[in-house]
Design a protein around this ligand. Structure first.
Ligand SMILES: [Zn+2]
Length: 294
C-alpha cells in the first residue's frame, strides 16, 4: 500500500522546477471526517492539494491558509498546510450536490462560485501576510496560477484533480506544479505547454491507476528528462487538542462560561477536522477560574 507523498525536482536541464503530490488518502480522510458530497470533496481536495504544493517551499513552522471566498453553494472552502506535508481543511456546506457538467466532471466552479481567493502566509514570528485576488475560474488550479502570477510574479502551470467514485470514496487525488526558472528559454516554455497539452487523462485518473510515485511522475513527464531532489510524506493532520479548545473557552470570559455551566456541559467541534470535544461541569468550572484570572 503506497502512502501519500510530495516530491520536488527539476526538469529541462534545470531550467524548470516541479512539485508533484499524491494526496489520495489525505483527501479521503477529509471526506470521511466531514461526510462530504462528491463536489465538496473535489473542491476541498483540490484546495488542500494546491495548499500542500504552495506550502512545500515554506520554512519550519510556517504555514499557508488558502480560502475560497465564493458566492456558490459551498459558501467557502478553507485549507491550511505546512512544509512538513501536514494539511487540514473544511467546506462550510459539506452536503452540496450539483448536477455533473456536460463533460461528466464534478462542477467545482459552480459549487465555489465567483468571489475571491485569499492566501495567508503565517511566518515563524507569528506575522501573517494576506494577499487577495479575484477567482478567475473557480476550478482552483487556474485560480492559484493566477495568484502566483499577479501577486508573486511567478509564472506557473498547475494541475489539480480529485477522482470520486460512485460510492463517494476518493479513488485518486494529485497535483502538479511546473515553474520555469530564470534560465528557461522560449523552447523550454513551449515544451512545458505541450507537455500539459498532451496529458489527456486527468491527473486524478493517473493517480488512481499508478502503483507508485515513480510511475505517476514518469506518466506525467512523458519524454522530458527530469530529476527528483526531495521526497516527503503527506497526511491530513489537525492541530486541535482539548487543551487548545480549553484556551478558546477561557477567552470567552466568565459570563459565557457560566451559561455553559448552567447547561451542564459544553461540546466543541473543531471546524478543520470535525473532532468533537466534550467538557463536563467540573472542567468548565476550572476553565471559569482560569478566565477569572485573565
Ligand atoms: Zn481539529
Amino acid at each position: 500500500m503506497q502512502q501519500d507523498e510530495l516530491w520536488i525536482g527539476t526538469m529541462l536541464e534545470g531550467n524548470a522546477r516541479w512539485v508533484l503530490v499524491r494526496s489520495t488518502d489525505t483527501v479521503e480522510e477529509a471526506r470521511k471526517r466531514h461526510g462530504m458530497s462528491p463536489v465538496a470533496t473535489a473542491a476541498l481536495g483540490r484546495l488542500m492539494t494546491g495548499d500542500l504544493i504552495l506550502a512545500s517551499s515554506l520554512k519550519g513552522e510556517e504555514n499557508i491558509t488558502l480560502r475560497l471566498l465564493g458566492d456558490g453553494p459551498l459558501e467557502g472552502v478553507v485549507a491550511v498546510g505546512n512544509a512538513q506535508g501536514e494539511v487540514r481543511g473544511y467546506v462550510r456546506e459539506p452536503l452540496v450536490d450539483l448536477p455533473l457538467k456536460a463533460s461528466g466532471k464534478l462542477d467545482v466552479a459552480t459549487a465555489v462560485g465567483s468571489g475571491e481567493l485569499a492566501v495567508s502566509r503565517s511566518l515563524q514570528n507569528g506575522e501573517v501576510y494576506t494577499g487577495m485576488v479575484p477567482l478567475v475560474s473557480g476550478e482552483i488550479a487556474e485560480d492559484l496560477v493566477h495568484y502566483l502570477l499577479t501577486s508573486e510574479q511567478i509564472p506557473s502551470a498547475m494541475l489539480l484533480g480529485v477522482l470520486v467514485e460512485k460510492d463517494y470514496h476518493v479513488a485518486g487525488a494529485a497535483g502538479l506544479l511546473i515553474q520555469p526558472l530564470p534560465g528557461a528559454t522560449e523552447g523550454d516554455i513551449q515544451a512545458i505547454e505541450s507537455l500539459l497539452g498532451q496529458i489527456r487523462v486527468g491527473i486524478s485518473e493517473l493517480a488512481s491507476q499508478s502503483q507508485s510515485m515513480d510511475e505517476l511522475l514518469a506518466h506525467l513527464m512523458g519524454q522530458l528528462s527530469y530529476q527528483v531532489l526531495e521526497r516527503r510524506t503527506v497526511k491530513f493532520l489537525c492541530t486541535c487538542s482539548k487543551a487548545r479548545l480549553s484556551d478558546t473557552l477561557v477567552s470567552l470570559g466568565k459570563k459565557e462560561i457560566a451559561d455553559l455551566i448552567s447547561d451542564g456541559k459544553a461540546e466543541i467541534v473543531c471546524h478543520f477536522c470535525n473532532e468533537h470535544y466534550l467538557f463536563n461541569v467540573e472542567e468548565l468550572q476550572q476553565i471559569s477560574e482560569q478566565a477569572g484570572m485573565v
